[in-house]
Design a protein around this ligand. Structure first.
Ligand SMILES: Nc1ncnc2c1ncn2[C@@H]1O[C@H](COP(=O)(O)OP(=O)(O)O)[C@@H](O)[C@H]1O
Ligand SMILES: [Mg+2]
Length: 144
């Protein structure tokens, strides 16, 4: 039987933002499991915690409680530097504001993370990724 791989496994994740004597529970015991090859959308009204959850999934912020396995890695147990390495190798982002570098070509914007992650600039892969994005399929970028 074909083995189904779990890519993201989050359990009981809680995030509380504290501002002075106020606190806001942005995530309240989130469980989320995403399997290899799945294409998942997180939907909900403004302020319901979508961006907060995406920041946790992308290792851009840490929750107050919960477990998060990215593949076999227990990523919340890792220090910031190790998380940054995992982030550069296993996670791709397309931000709402795109966060592209102005005065830098589309090719260079796409190729830059390859340099940051210590691999060679692969122009063929840059071309393929740009083509995939233009075709509306982000799956080649996310999860690489
Ligand atoms: N850095 C922050 N500091 C304080 N409150 C925050 C912060 N980020 C988000 N929030 C609050 O957490 C809640 C969830 O926000 P967010 O994750 O941005 O929701 P969504 O992306 O679904 O609109 C909102 O009430 C928001 O005001
Ligand atoms: Mg948002």
């Amino acid at each position: 039987m074909k083995q189904v791989e779990t890519v993201i496994d989050i359990q009981d994740m809680t995030k509380i933002f504290r501002m002075g004597d106020q606190s806001l529970r942005a995530l309240d015991g989130v469980d989320l499991k995403i399997m290899k090859g799945e294409f998942v959308a997180i939907v909900g009204p403004s302020g319901s915690g979508k961006s907060t959850l995406m920041h946790m999934i992308g290792l851009l912020d840490r929750p107050d409680e919960g477990q998060y396995f990215l593949g076999v890695d227990d990523v919340l147990k890792m220090d910031d530097a190790t998380q940054a390495e995992i982030r550069s190798k296993k996670i791709g982002f397309i931000f709402q504001q795109f966060n592209l570098l102005a005065r830098t070509s589309a090719r260079e914007n796409v190729g830059l993370p390859m340099l940051y992650s210590g691999s060679d600039l692969d122009q063929e892969r840059v071309k393929m990724l740009l083509w995939t994005t233009a075709a509306g399929g982000h799956s080649e970028i996310f999860g690489q």
